[in-house]
Design a protein around this ligand. Structure first.
Ligand code: HEC
Length: 183
């Protein structure tokens, strides 16, 4: 290979690397908009607030529980405020970071927990690539919710229904091992 060829080859490699870096950056989260999420923040499910429909539980890390509740109880959807924490079953949680954190997921982070009497352990977290214990991708299911529902599936927002009954879900909700703690 002549020197000129090597140079143009290197130029192409550099151009590719630069393009890749730009793509990666545009997909990454904005750390300035990120809330600090640690395992000790997760409460026993039934210590969270139950939404009016009774379907799932909510909280707000920034103290705006009223804001979170009003979207959760709305008949026509809305955008959840930053700090919102949503959970249907103890091991799966969605947390809303500040606006602009990750537009592709409406600033939601998907979190998979292990729960036991000694508390919660974060085993998976992220945006579009978090897989639950059944091998399902959180975002791939939740993105089917119609836009006005802010990626929340509920029972009639457009997501494919879960293959378990409401009674089974209630059973899982009522047997959160973290609620058995004595402290
Ligand atoms: C197979 C599709 C599917 C996968 C995978 C999935 N979910 Fe869901 N999720 C649903 C559906 C459907 C509901 C509503 C179920 C109901 O209430 O009947 C739901 C409910 C929820 C809720 C309560 C709020 C709501 O949207 O109704 C949260 C929070 C949640 N899921 C988080 C997660 C997280 C975190 C993951 C990954 C670790 C995950 N989900 C994986 C389909 C899925």
């Amino acid at each position: 290979m002549s020197l000129i060829r090597i140079k143009s080859f290197l130029k192409i490699i550099f151009a590719f690397t630069a393009a890749l870096l730009i793509i990666t950056q545009s997909n990454s989260q904005n750390s300035e908009k990120q809330l600090d999420v640690t395992a000790d923040l997760f409460k026993c499910l039934t210590e969270m607030a139950r939404v009016g429909s009774g379907v799932f539980f909510v909280d707000n890390l920034l103290g705006d529980l009223d804001g979170t509740m009003s979207v959760a109880n709305s008949d026509n959807g809305g955008v959840y405020p930053a700090g919102s924490v949503i959970s249907l079953v103890p091991t799966e949680v969605m947390i809303k970071h500040n606006e602009g954190w990750n537009p592709e997921t409406n600033d939601w982070e998907f979190i998979e927990l292990n729960v036991s009497e000694s508390g919660s352990e974060i085993v998976g977290r992220g945006t579009t690539d978090v897989i639950n214990r059944f091998g399902g991708n959180c975002f791939d299911c939740h993105k089917l919710a119609r836009p006005e529902w802010d990626l929340i599936c509920g029972i009639s927002h457009g997501c494919a229904p879960l293959p378990i009954t409401r009674e089974a879900i209630a059973g899982i909700q009522n047997s959160d091992p973290r609620c058995m703690r004595e402290d």
